[in-house]
Each structure stands twice: as structure tokens, then as C-alpha cells.
Design a protein around this ligand. Structure first.
Ligand code: HEC
Ligand code: HEC
Length: 502
């Protein structure tokens, strides 16, 4: 088959996509409309399209610079919205009508921020689905940025501010939002599969507890990670004692909702990549997914409906989960010693070298049900075949992620000023260290420009491991850093998809 054929032209002939007016003319959308998921899947089942075609269409959703005709941007500002999170009616900076930058409305495409494949070499390598530099950080829900470090006490005291010097100049520009550095998408399918299996296990334990006699206690362990316990109170009632999962205060929240593993986002807030993407479309691009606002609805009042369709979000999800996984270079003696030290001093208690899945296929669903990953599945993708994961001896995959997919309290040095969503301000999901050699800058906001800085900033639950690292002899520290240096991003990720779109 001719791999450089034009997917869009072919699909347009089949009536599956609606080709846009050339964007250069500026009179139409930049992206073809893909109206119907069932049509697309039928063509896939029939063999007219293969998975790379669907992935390429997803890359196209990810990397096309959208314009107003695609629905880019919010609608008119609504002064009645006092919630800065309310997408669709945000103000624009200086009233420019399009961009805000400091609370989303910050880009025309996803790839504007997810671009760096490797920052390890002096000249970085660029591509699709990579990390972002600091200028690509998302500035999330700020209402105050005290750029002058003023003493004006209308500026709230914020975490990070020296408490003894409440409103004095102390070099802390007070800030009331989140500042987040873009991670890469590589290997995301393996992470999503793991998260979904873990959720399914926890939900099963919960159901067992609901049926057990009062007083029965069940450990919430899955894939060798411990999330607490569930205790039966009899007649189907339970009480939860959880750690590293769910919001800080779980009173009044259904246990089914608490026991969902959410691997995505620096704070671990999203259960699937699609779940993340829905928010990203709205927050960054002001593009409203049909699956959020409904078909034919112009919720933001910008004159566009069906800004991103269910079919488009589905191919985006297919692209997300088939991003190739990061790789480990062969270790020499020094880096092998470094890996041993990494385990011995306790880094691996959170940064688990690998986790095994039961299945090799990630289920993709629409509509998604957080607590039930098996609901509404429309496609299963084998990640050994499609994303380069190694199979384990039990029919599943090895996911060499260096994480436990659990949230941990990291202490005051890393605390944010953000308390929204019921998550503690110093709590983050264990960063996955695969690819770490290439993914500087480090930590949730990109504050660490070197690996040693990133390690030194650890506190809270990681204080002991951090202190143990600092107490190592310099040669041992070097070995450990050499080991981290073997954890690389994939080479030339997603490049094979580009010709399909030309
Ligand atoms: C302005 C920069 C920016 C843009 C534009 C952007 N992202 Fe991101 N992306 C980020 C940041 C920052 C994070 C981490 C967010 C957090 O911690 O909550 C992130 C995280 C993610 C994640 C979760 C990755 C993980 O491993 O946790 C996914 C998936 C993602 N983005 C997809 C998208 C998609 C799809 C789009 C386009 C609709 C998009 N991003 C546009 C900055 C951006
Ligand atoms: C208690 C759990 C825990 C332990 C123990 C721990 N870490 Fe971490 N680590 C985290 C979390 C959570 C983050 C994310 C923090 C953030 O984004 O601000 C992180 C981030 C990192 C990062 C930066 C990752 C990135 O992509 O920016 C590196 C490097 C790292 N850890 C190395 C280590 C090393 C080396 C050790 C042992 C000395 C260690 N960690 C021990 C939880 C832990």
C-alpha cells in the first residue's frame, strides 16, 4: 500500500471527513471535520484505514494550529462568571479578543507546548509529544502575580513567602495559582493501561468489602502498591482509610469515586489521557469538545458549534496512547552501581523501576466512566505492537516507568499556593523517571535545571531518601546520576506519521 497517500483526500472521497477551505485564505477552519466515530471505526474494521492512519489523524488534531473558524478561543466575556476556572467566557489580555496566556487561551495547538524530544544535547531535538521548556509552562488559575514583590497587603500571603516577613520584600513574587511544566506523552498508553487495571482492582476490592460482614478489613493493594484499607460496616456500607489517591478530604464522597487511579497531570488528577485532553482543549485553546458541551451547542457563544467532535477526540486519544515508550540504554558498570544505590537509599520506594500489566491492550472508551474502565470500550490497542512495550511472561506488558502512580507529600520546598480540587498543595504524583535524561527542566514547574537540583528539592515523604543521596560520596552520587542518564526518550517519535498527512 502506498504509505504516502493523502489520508484526508481519501477520507473525503469516502465521505468521512469534511475538508476545510485552505487555511491560507483565512476564510475557513484549519482542520478537517471528522464528524462520525462509527464511520471511522467501520472503515478501520473493513481495512480501509489502518491504525497508523488513525494515529496520524490524531497527530493532526494535536499539531494543527487551529484558528477562529475551528472554534479557537472563548466567546464573549461574561462578568457574571466569577470562577476563574469557568472555561468559555474568560476575559482576554488587554481585550485583544483572543488570548489571555495567564489562565489558558495560550496557544493554537497542543504541540506548541509538547515539543522537545531531548534537551540533553547542546542543541535540543524537537518533535511531536515532547516536553516543554519553562516558557511553555501553563499558568493555571492565578488571580494575583505580585511581579514587583510589593508590600501592598492586598496581595495575599502565599506559600513560599518567608512567614516571618509577611509583606516585606523577600524576593517572593506572591502568586495564587499553579505553574506547571509540560511533561511528554511518550509511553502514555502503558501508564493509562496500568492506571485502569489498578482502578479495576481497587473497585473490585471495594465491592468485596460491601458484601463482607461488618468489621472485615481489606487492604487496598494493587500491582504491589498500597493505597490504604477499606472496612465493611455491614449492609453494604464501608469506611475508607486511603493514602495517595482521592482528594484530601473524602467525607461525603462516594468510595467509587475516591478509588480511581489518576496518573495524569503533575498532581495526578486525570484518569485517562482523554480525560486530560478534554480540559486541555478548553483551557489552552478555548475549544469546546462536543462530549463536554453537547452536539450543536455553542456554549461559549463564539459562533462555532461542534468545535472538536467525539471522533476527533477519539483519534487524539489513539495518538496519545500509541506514543512510543521511552527507552533504557545499556548500563555500564558505573550506571549499574548507580541503579543499585538508587534502590538502596530508597528512591525506588516511590520511583518503582517497572510495573507489570495483566493485559497487553489498553481499552479506549467513549463515554468514559472513571470507575469502570471496561465500560463503553470502542477499541483496544495492543501496546506491544503499537507502542514498543515489552511483553512480560504473563501475557501483559512491562511498563518501565519509575513510578508507583501514587501521590506523595513532598514538603514545604515544593508546595504550591494551590489548594483547589481538594489536593494538598505539596502533593504530587510520583514523577515517572523514564526519559529523564532528556526531559529537563525538572519538577512540576521546571524549577530544577539539573537532576541534582531536582533530587535536592525533595522533602516530605522523600526527605529520608534525599538526605541519603546528599550523604553519599561524590563518586556514588555520580554513579546514580549516570544511571538516570541511561533513561532516554524514544528516538524520532511519531515521525513516521508525518508523510501520511502531507
Ligand atoms: C501552554 C502549554 C500547553 C498546551 C498548549 C498544552 N499542554 Fe498539555 N500539558 C501542559 C502542562 C503544563 C501539563 C501538566 C499539567 C498539570 O500538571 O496539571 C500538560 C500535561 C498534559 C498531559 C498529561 C501528561 C502526563 O503525563 O501527565 C496530556 C495528555 C496533555 N498535556 C495533552 C495535551 C493536549 C491534547 C493539548 C492540546 C489540546 C495540550 N496538552 C496542550 C502544557 C500544555
Ligand atoms: C516519597 C516518594 C519519593 C521518593 C522516595 C523519591 N522521589 Fe523523586 N519524586 C517524587 C515526586 C512526587 C516527584 C515530583 C515532584 C515535583 O514535581 O515537584 C519526584 C521527582 C523527581 C525527579 C524529577 C522528575 C521530573 O520529571 O521532573 C527526579 C530526578 C527524582 N524525583 C529523583 C529521585 C531520586 C534520585 C530519589 C532518591 C534519592 C527520589 N527521587 C526519591 C517522589 C519521590
Amino acid at each position: 500500500m502506498d504509505r504516502s497517500r493523502l489520508i484526508w483526500r481519501t477520507l473525503a472521497l469516502m465521505g468521512i471527513v469534511v475538508l476545510p477551505v485552505l487555511p491560507a485564505l483565512g476564510t475557513g477552519p484549519a482542520h478537517p471535520d471528522i464528524p462520525d466515530l462509527d464511520d471511522l471505526l467501520a472503515e478501520y474494521e473493513a481495512g480501509w484505514l489502518d491504525l497508523d492512519d488513525l494515529r496520524a489523524m490524531g497527530l493532526s488534531v494535536f499539531a494543527t494550529p487551529f484558528n477562529v473558524h475551528d472554534g479557537l478561543g472563548d466567546g464573549p466575556f461574561d462578568p457574571a462568571e466569577d470562577d476563574v476556572l469557568a472555561f468559555g467566557h474568560r476575559p482576554t489580555l488587554q481585550g485583544n479578543g483572543q488570548h489571555l496566556r495567564v489562565n489558558g487561551l495560550d496557544s493554537q495547538s497542543c504541540n506548541e507546548c509538547h515539543t522537545i524530544v531531548s534537551n540533553r544535547s547542546r542543541l535540543p531535538t524537537l518533535g511531536f509529544g515532547g516536553v516543554g521548556g519553562v516558557v511553555q509552562n501553563a499558568i493555571i488559575m492565578p488571580s494575583v502575580i505580585d511581579v514587583a514583590d510589593s508590600t501592598d497587603d492586598r496581595v495575599h500571603f502565599q506559600a513560599g513567602h518567608e512567614p516571618e516577613l509577611p509583606m516585606l520584600e523577600d524576593g517572593v513574587a506572591d502568586y495564587s495559582g499553579r505553574f506547571a511544566n509540560p511533561p511528554f506523552l511518550f509511553g502514555g498508553g502503558g501508564v493509562e493501561l496500568l492506571g485502569k487495571e489498578m482502578t479495576a482492582d481497587l473497585q473490585q476490592k471495594l465491592q468485596r468489602a460491601r458484601q463482607a460482614p461488618a468489621g472485615t478489613e481489606i487492604e487496598l493493594d494493587t500491582h504491589r502498591v498500597h493505597f490504604g484499607t477499606v472496612t465493611s460496616l455491614g449492609s453494604g456500607e464501608v469506611s475508607l482509610e486511603v493514602e495517595g489517591i482521592g482528594p484530601e478530604d473524602i467525607t461525603g464522597i462516594e468510595p467509587e469515586e475516591v478509588l480511581v487511579v489518576r496518573p495524569f497531570g503533575r498532581k495526578g488528577e486525570n484518569f485517562s489521557m482523554r480525560d486530560f485532553d478534554r480540559g486541555a482543549m478548553q483551557f489552552h485553546l478555548g475549544i469546546q469538545p462536543v462530549e463536554v458541551v453537547g452536539e450543536g451547542e455553542d456554549e461559549d457563544g463564539d459562533g462555532q458549534v461542534d468545535e472538536v467532535t467525539i471522533a476527533e477526540m477519539s483519534v487524539l486519544h489513539i495518538f496519545d496512547v500509541t506514543n512510543p515508550r521511552p527507552v533504557e540504554q545499556r548500563r555500564d558498570r558505573a550506571s549499574a552501581r548507580g541503579k543499585r544505590t538508587f534502590r538502596v537509599i530508597g528512591c525506588m520506594s516511590c520511583h518503582r523501576a517497572q510495573m507489570w500489566t495483566r493485559s497487553s491492550s489498553v481499552p479506549l472508551a467513549h463515554p468514559e466512566v472513571a470507575a469502570d474502565p471496561e465500560a463503553n470500550v470502542y477499541l483496544e490497542i495492543d501496546l506491544a505492537e503499537e507502542a514498543g512495550f515489552e511483553r512480560n511472561s504473563r501475557g501483559g506488558l512491562i511498563v518501565p516507568l519509575y513510578s508507583d502512580l501514587k501521590r506523595h507529600k513532598m514538603g514545604p520546598r515544593l508546595a504550591e499556593t494551590f489548594e483547589r480540587g481538594g489536593l494538598a498543595n505539596d502533593e504530587f504524583i510520583t514523577a515517572r523517571l523514564w526519559g529523564i535524561a532528556d526531559s529537563a527542566p525538572y519538577l512540576h514547574d521546571g524549577r530544577a535545571t539539573t537532576l541534582a537540583d531536582a533530587i535536592e528539592s525533595h522533602g516530605g515523604e522523600a526527605q529520608g531518601a534525599r538526605d541519603a543521596f546528599l550523604a553519599l560520596r561524590p563518586a556514588q552520587q555520580d554513579d546514580l546520576l549516570l544511571f538516570l542518564g541511561t533513561l532516554r526518550t524514544p528516538r524520532r517519535p511519531n515521525e513516521e506519521l508525518v508523510p501520511l498527512l502531507e
